[in-house]
Ligand binder design. Structure first.
Ligand code: ADE
Length: 224
């Protein structure tokens, strides 16, 4: 497991991108009756699109493909599949990013088969065009080289996973770590600054999970 090219996305970016995405949808004259957020990544963009597009109806579907930051699970699944009647409704399915596109394709197929909206279009903040099997009807940014986007809603989860991966690799060469050494190595690996609060919380989680041990102000990686 190696280093992952990573970019930090701020809350301000998310608002700006969601607003830009809303403008594109408006310009196409598509007026959705209902927005469907793909859980969990689509929640914040979907809520912002409701605001920017003046849409009251917001529901969600949980379709998951990625289980860990920047590591693909085997396949996408619909969690908590439920029945719903969307006949006669124009729907907009929203996610943060189209990466492989598999979780969105699964959600789209499920919705068309079970919820039967009159029309379903897909919107995402970002679309990784060289790897995606699906092109969304609307996107704000086309990404041409694969990157892991560190969105603000997965900051702790990602920092935890990134630290775990980095420490499992780097602890082959170095057993004892100070807090500052961990921060420095994290920056070398990922080149993003998640801030001290997230960093400390992620380290706390690693200790709680039994992955790190703290003794005399030094951290030790515990291989399982
Ligand atoms: N979820 C799936 N692919 C992703 C990526 N490249 N960046 C952030 N979140 C993702």
């Amino acid at each position: 497991m190696g280093k992952v090219p990573t970019k930090l996305v701020s809350w301000d970016d998310v608002v700006e991108w969601s607003r830009g995405l809303a403008i594109k949808i408006k310009e196409s004259n598509y007026r959705p009756d209902v927005i469907i957020a793909v859980a969990r990544g689509g929640f914040v963009p979907a809520r912002l699109l409701c605001d920017f597009l003046n849409v009251e109806n917001l529901i969600s579907i949980q379709s998951q493909h990625w289980t860990e930051a920047a590591k693909a699970a085997d396949k996408a699944i619909i969690k908590f599949a439920y029945e719903l009647d969307l006949s006669g409704k124009k729907a907009l399915l929203v996610d943060d990013i189209v990466d492989t596109g598999e979780s969105l394709m699964l959600a789209r197929d499920f919705i068309m088969k079970h919820w039967k909206p009159a029309e379903l279009r897909i919107a995402a903040l970002q679309w990784i065009s060289p790897v995606a099997k699906l092109k969304p009807d609307y996107y704000y940014i086309e990404v041409t080289e694969w990157v892991w986007f560190q969105y603000p809603w997965t900051r702790l989860e990602d920092t935890f996973q990134f630290l775990k991966r980095m420490l499992s690799e780097e602890s082959k060469y170095k057993a004892e770590w100070s807090y500052d050494e961990i921060v420095k190595k994290f920056y070398e690996w990922y080149e993003i600054d998640v801030g001290e609060t997230y960093f400390k919380d992620a380290i706390k989680m690693l200790i709680e999970e039994g992955i790190l041990e703290l003794r005399n102000n030094k951290y030790y990686y515990k291989s399982s």
